[in-house]
Structure formats: structure tokens, C-alpha cells
Ligand binder design. Structure first.
Ligand code: DGJ
Length: 737
């Protein structure tokens, strides 16, 4: 049993971790522990200090030491004596906003709970258990179900929240976070992933100040600027040592993560829908599900924590035929042609790609409506016959005839003012009556909270997918959202629009992915502006960034790797000088970096020299040979590119018999020793043969002494070393290391 209850204490156990909470004599659910297994009840850590200005529960009588403001709480509500950041807050019909949550009952079930209309971690019935704890407000009939999914083998616990209004009058939910975690002891730092368009998920680690630190998005998407994932680690935690825990919000809209270090140095983390762009009216008898948070922790540093998240995302978040299977190597025409293409240009690129072993031609933006630049055409999902006189069918037929698959770009959620769709349905765009809408990349946003808009998009897209042999869809989304208003809802429900937008998006994705299981859907939002576990439920890969510069990509992919596996990161080789940075890197470097993901090309292959084409053919072959290891292997970060002069990583097979070490050394130096890199994740006693020099080394030597990298020339020079285990019997061990 992963979940058990003894004397009011709940034990949630995974292979290596333990989560504990306890109902106390006042019916308050205390958080006791999330960490390594301890084999005992951790309530001895509860302290009851007498702190001035920390109010006391009325029933505690004169016991000044019992305060909701100092106790570690499992789910903190606002307005009832705890002044730290709340997880939940409501406004009752009488205008008051207190919630005094007391334990009522619990239920343990086999299998993992699901959430209607929202993505959630899934598992077979024998892989997971569910705990539902119901808390009830002492006065109103507001009831809160805390849902816990325990996946023992994955070392993962999920949390979600269900708010029910069993009263006679309506309430408004102002905040309903799925995660609330109080940590009374320790010196903590937090790691978050900030950025901007073309520079997403830049890792930042900082100590906790007293007060609140947060990362968030109010942009209607999870955003380029902050990612809905956070890591909390002890001060001495490294890649390989020390305790850390991580939380990933499985949601693609606005979010808020807050970490408060309070007056007693206790830490509280909350994560959920961003209250700045969310409120929900809950009428009598209605209920509301808050999106899920995925949790994991490790005593052995951030590397192990990342690998746990990689596993759960690959096996219990991503779905569909491509979840674990090989992805096609693709060529996308965006950086090759932008909007300036015609049938012939695309076919020439495809012909060349087919010759070099590439599997799929993806036709990007510009194939539809009046779309010769980004000012017009969005919404008109019918073929642009000036560019493609033979229609989609003609082009696809010829590309299939070359032995290549075909993929197509869409940006379903958007509309250009200069489009037939907008002229017919101007009211379908989000816009506040009487105000001019904000334009982003000249475009407006369709009101995905409206059922008829979702239905229309489903009809249009499903027809194109049904009528054409399309094996891949790139689902783009190129602006942040504001102007939240829908004609469909009354004034007191307008704050629901941002969440209803995401529900509409998920409904459309669900219908299309279910009806077209053979199509590989790749998410995209100006690159990685919606790179989150919610989108990964529908799209097993996401275009990691519009920045294809190999140097910058090492930083972007490094940050992304803390929570998301390599298979989820769309990464392509593009032309030099790079279109975003102007930097020139070698084809080898571009190939090495792009291979650490779901691989492809984004350039006009016809402009390459014969030698370069030969190199591309070798890269494609190499990627196909390594893909299984890259996607299914265990990922190790071997350097910190923010501190070291290199970005290095390794993929180690599950059996630890094969290793692919890759990396880029940033700045070249003259007259220096060869660089040494310590490996990780190997079997200490095994002997590995290196592709670099044919030498053999023990795993222990490679992890302690490291390996010497080849002599490299030039800035941003890439290296790649393959190691394979040899049996002791026929191996010559190199003791010189
Ligand atoms: C943004 C994407 O990230 C690019 O790859 C490309 O598809 C453009 N949009 C097209 O408009």
C-alpha cells in the first residue's frame, strides 16, 4: 500500500520518498514531512511557539501557543488567522472571505484520479493510488477535496484540488492553488526559469529573502518569461548531492508560484492559477477543479530530481503513438524561406532532404489565405493557391512520392483583422467593448472560451487532416493575451475567461489528438512560450525556442532539462550566420546541440556545399542511431554552463551499458591542457570502451578522474564521445587515469 493512515497520520510512500500529514485535535490538517523515508511519524518536529501577533484558534482557549499562523498547514486558507500566502481564498455571499478548514473524511482508491477537462498525470490502476481528503469550512458549506496521486515506482506525488459549494448561495473563488507546502526547517534556495522570446528558461538560483518571492505569468500562456516549474533545494545541494524538491504545474495558462520565508524562517510554497487573471463564481451545488501540480524530491541532488521528472513526463504525461516511439527527423522551411516560398521551392528543399535521409518535410507559416507576411491571413485555413497551385494534396503527393512524410503549421487560436474569418466573425476575437484591442504581431486572439469558436476550429482543422495525408502538426501561438472579455458571460463571470480559454484550447487539442492518433503534434508558441506539462499531455514535443543559435541553445536546453526530458525539446540545425544572433558556429556544433532533443533542420539544404551535405547525411544517420539512447536514456548534466566554460551532458542507457557524452566548449584558449570532464551515472565497477581513442576505463575512473576531451579549436567547439561497456574478461583497463 502506497497510502496508509494510522492514528490520524497519513503516510504517502513512494520507492524513495515519504509524504506525511496529520489531523490534530482541532481537526486542522498539519503538514509533517516531504522527503526521504524516515520509518517514523514526524510529528515530533511540530513546535508551538508563543509568537506575538500570531492569533489563536478560538477553541484553543487560553493556549497562546496554538496558532494557524505558525503551524505547518497542509492547505492554508485566507482570513482565519494565518497571515502567510494562502492556497485558497473565497468570497462568500455575505461578502466575508474567511475559510476555517477542518478535516471531515478521507477515501483511498486504487489508481490515479483524473480531472475533467484538464490534463493530468495518468497511470495504470496498479501503478498508482489516490487519496482524497475532504476539508470543510466550519461555517459555510464550502468543501475542499485535496486529491493526492501517489506513483510509487516513479517517486512522484501529484496534487489537485476540488472546491464544492454545497451551500444555498453562490461564492466566488479568488484563489484555488493545488500546491501548498510548508517547510518549517532548513536553509533553502529556489531555482526558477525566467527568460524572454528567443531566450527561454534561463536557470536562476537564489537564496530566499524574508517575505515573498514569486514567478508568474499573466499572459494567458505559461510564457517565455517564467516557466511554471520550481525547484527548492537546500543550500548545499548540487547536481549529485543534497536534498531538493520540485513542482511542475500541469497547466498552459497564467500561473503563480509564491515562496514565502516567514518571521520564523519557515518556508511556504504555493502554486496554481494566477489570481490576477482568475476568479470563478461557484453557484450553489457547483464544483471547480484546480489544475494539477506534479511533485518529486530527491536526497541525491538536482540530477536525480530531473530524471524523476523526465520519467513521469515521458511515461505518465505524454500520450499517443509518438509518446515513446522514434520521432521523424524533420526539415522545416521557416528559416529557409520565411513567407517567400512556392511549391517549387518547398519541393527542392524536400528533394534534397530526402537524399540526405531526412524523414519529413514540414511546411510552416504562409501556406494559407492571404499570407505573404504576418499582417494578414490568420484564421483563413484554406490553401493559398498562388503559392500552392496544386493545393495541399498535390504538394503532399509529390513529397510522399520522394519517400518523405509531410507536416503542416497551424496557429488555430489567432485571427488577423485582414482575414475572411475576421470579416465574417469580428465578435470572435477577444476584445473589451468600447476599447481598442491590443495587437500582438499584428494579430488578435480568438475567444477560445466560446464553444462555437472551438467547434469551428475543430471542423476546419479536422477536415484538413482528414482530407490530406498529414502526419505532423506544428501548433503555434504567437502573442501574449489580454483584453479578456467574452460576450457569452455576464459581468460577474468575466474573470473566468482566461481559465475558460485554456479549457477551450484543451478541448480542441483533445478532440483532434484523439481523432488523429497517427499525427505527431508539436507545440510551439514563438518557440518555447508555452513549454509546460499541460501542452505535453497533447503534444509529446514542443519547439524549444525560436533561437536556433547553438551557443544560446545550450543555455536554453540546460534550463529546460531541469524538468522536461530531451524527447520533448524540438531542436533544429539552422543556417549561419545565425538569424537570431548573427553568430557563426560549425555545422558539427549545431548538429551536436540539436541532437540533444527531437532533431531536425531549418535551413535551405540546397545552399550547402557538397561537404556540408555529406556532413548532414552523417548527422541524420548518427541521430537515428542514437535516438533511442537520447530519448529513453537517463540524462546527466555534467557542467553548469552559467559557471563553467562549457556545456556538457550525457545520456546513459537504463542498463548503464551505453553512454553518449556531448557538449560545447565556449571559449577557446591557447597553450592549455586538454579539458577534463567528470562523467556520472556509470556502473563504478564496469569497464567502458571510448569511441574517442579506443581506450578502456573503469566507470569509477570516469566518474572520479574524468575523461580528457579531444583537443578542440575555435569558440563553441563541440565534442561527442560514445562509451560502451566491455566485459572485464576481454577489456584492457587503463590505469593511467
Ligand atoms: C513562431 C515559431 O516559433 C516559428 O518557428 C515559426 O513557426 C513562426 N512562428 C511562423 O510564424
Amino acid at each position: 500500500m502506497a497510502i496508509s493512515v494510522e492514528n490520524g497520520v497519513f503516510y504517502l510512500e513512494t520507492a524513495h520518498t515519504l509524504y506525511q500529514m496529520k489531523v490534530d485535535s482541532f481537526g486542522i490538517l498539519n503538514h509533517l514531512w516531504y522527503g526521504a523515508k524516515t520509518d517514523c511519524c514526524m510529528d515530533y518536529l511540530l513546535d508551538y511557539p508563543d509568537v506575538g501577533f500570531a492569533g489563536n484558534l478560538y477553541e484553543a482557549g487560553n493556549r497562546r501557543t496554538y496558532s494557524l499562523n505558525t503551524l505547518p498547514l497542509e492547505y492554508a486558507a485566507g482570513g482565519a488567522g494565518d497571515y502567510r500566502v494562502p492556497a485558497v481564498s473565497v468570497t462568500h455571499a455575505d461578502g466575508s472571505s474567511a475559510l476555517d478548514l477542518r478535516f471531515r473524511e478521507y477515501q483511498i482508491r486504487k489508481g490515479k484520479y483524473g480531472i475533467p477537462g484538464l490534463p493530468a498525470v495518468y497511470a495504470d490502476e496498479d501503478e498508482a493510488e489516490t487519496l482524497e481528503i475532504i476539508l470543510q469550512d466550519a461555517l459555510s458549506a464550502v468543501e475542499i477535496s485535496l486529491l493526492y496521486g501517489v506513483l510509487p515506482r516513479a517517486d512522484v506525488i501529484t496534487r489537485a484540488v476540488l472546491v464544492r459549494n454545497n451551500g444555498d448561495s453562490g461564492i466566488t473563488i479568488n484563489r484555488a492553488h493545488s500546491l501548498c507546502m510548508d517547510i518549517p526547517y532548513g536553509e533553502w534556495e529556489w531555482v526558477h526559469f525566467h527568460g524572454r522570446h528567443v531566450m527561454e528558461r534561463q536557470m536562476e538560483r537564489a537564496s530566499l529573502i524574508h517575505g515573498i518571492q514569486e514567478s508568474s505569468s499573466t499572459r494567458g500562456t505559461s510564457s517565455h518569461q517564467q516557466n511554471p516549474a520550481v525547484l527548492l533545494c537546500e543550500k548545499d545541494c548540487t547536481e549529485t548531492n543534497g536534498f531538493c524538491m520540485g513542482a511542475v504545474f500541469m497547466y498552459s495558462g497564467g500561473f503563480l508560484t509564491q515562496i514565502e520565508r516567514d518571521q520564523l524562517d519557515q518556508v511556504r510554497v504555493v502554486m496554481g492559477l494566477n489570481p490576477d487573471t482568475f476568479a470563478w463564481k461557484l453557484d450553489s451545488g457547483e464544483c471547480f477543479y484546480a489544475p494539477e501540480v506534479i511533485l518529486s524530491c530527491s536526497e541525491h541532488g538536482m540530477g536525480e530530481l530531473s530524471r524523476r521528472f523526465h520519467h513521469v513526463i515521458r511515461h505518465h504525461v505524454c500520450r499517443g503513438e509518438y509518446k515513446l516511439s522514434e520521432r521523424p527527423v524533420l526539415i522545416n522551411n521557416w528559416e529557409a524561406t520565411y513567407f517567400a516560398f512556392d511549391e517549387e521551392k518547398i519541393e527542392r528543399i524536400a528533394e534534397q532532404a530526402a537524399e540526405l535521409g531526412i524523414d519529413m518535410m514540414v511546411l510552416d507559416d504562409g501556406w494559407f489565405g492571404k499570407r505573404d507576411d504576418d499582417i494578414s491571413g490568420l484564421g483563413d485555413w484554406f490553401v493559398n493557391e498562388t503559392k500552392l497551385p496544386g493545393g495541399l494534396g498535390g504538394l503532399i503527393g509529390r513529397i510522399n512520392g520522394m519517400g518523405m512524410k509531410f507536416g503542416l503549421w497551424f496557429e488555430p487560436e489567432m485571427v488577423s483583422e485582414d482575414s475572411e474569418l475576421y470579416r465574417e466573425h469580428p465578435d470572435w476575437a477577444l476584445r473589451i467593448p468600447g476599447r481598442n484591442p491590443v495587437r500582438g504581431r499584428y494579430q488578435l486572439v480568438l475567444d477560445m472560451s466560446r464553444a462555437e469558436v472551438v467547434e469551428y476550429l475543430y471542423q476546419v482543422m479536422s477536415r484538413i487532416l482528414r482530407e490530406n495525408h498529414i502526419e505532423y502538426v506544428k501548433w503555434d501561438m504567437n502573442r501574449s493575451i489580454c483584453d479578456w472579455y467574452t460576450a457569452e458571460l455576464p459581468a460577474d463571470r468575466q474573470a473566468e475567461v482566461p481559465h475558460r480559454y485554456v479549457l477551450g484550447l484543451y478541448e480542441l487539442l483533445e478532440r483532434l489528438t484523439e481523432e488523429f492518433p497517427h499525427v505527431l503534434f508539436e507545440g510551439c508558441s514563438g518557440g518555447g512560450g508555452r513549454f509546460d506539462a499541460g501542452m505535453l499531455y497533447y503534444c509529446p514535443q514542443i519547439w524549444c525556442s525560436d533561437n536556433t543559435d547553438a551557443h544560446d541553445r545550450t543555455l536554453i536546453q540546460y534550463g529546460t532539462s531541469f524538468f522536461y526530458p530531451a524527447s520533448t525539446m524540438g531542436s533544429h540545425v539552422s543556417a549561419v550566420p545565425n538569424h537570431q544572433t548573427g553568430r557563426v558556429t560549425t555545422l558539427q556544433t549545431r548538429g551536436t546541440v540539436a541532437m540533444a532533443g527531437s532533431f531536425g533542420y531549418e535551413l535551405d539544404l540546397n545552399r550547402l556545399s557538397a561537404e556540408e551535405k555529406a556532413e548532414v547525411a552523417c548527422q541524420v544517420k548518427a541521430y537515428k542511431a542514437h535516438q533511442e539512447l537520447i530519448h529513453n536514456g537517463l540524462y546527466y548534466r555534467l557542467s553548469n554552463p552559467w559557471e563553467d566554460n562549457m556545456s556538457a551532458w550525457a545520456f546513459v542507457s537504463q542498463e548503464q551499458t551505453k553512454v553518449l557524452v556531448q557538449g560545447v566548449v565556449f571559449r577557446a584558449a591557447a597553450n592549455v591542457l586538454r579539458l577534463r570532464l567528470r562523467l556520472a551515472g556509470l556502473k563504478a565497477d564496469a569497464v567502458y570502451r571510448s569511441s574517442q581513442d579506443g581506450q578502456t576505463y573503469t566507470g569509477r575512473a570516469l566518474m572520479s578522474g574524468g575523461i580528457l576531451l579531444p583537443k578542440l579549436k575555435g569558440d563553441d567547439a563541440a565534442f561527442e564521445i560514445c562509451l560502451e561497456e566491455k566485459s572485464f574478461a576481454n577489456a584492457k583497463v587503463n590505469f593511467a587515469i
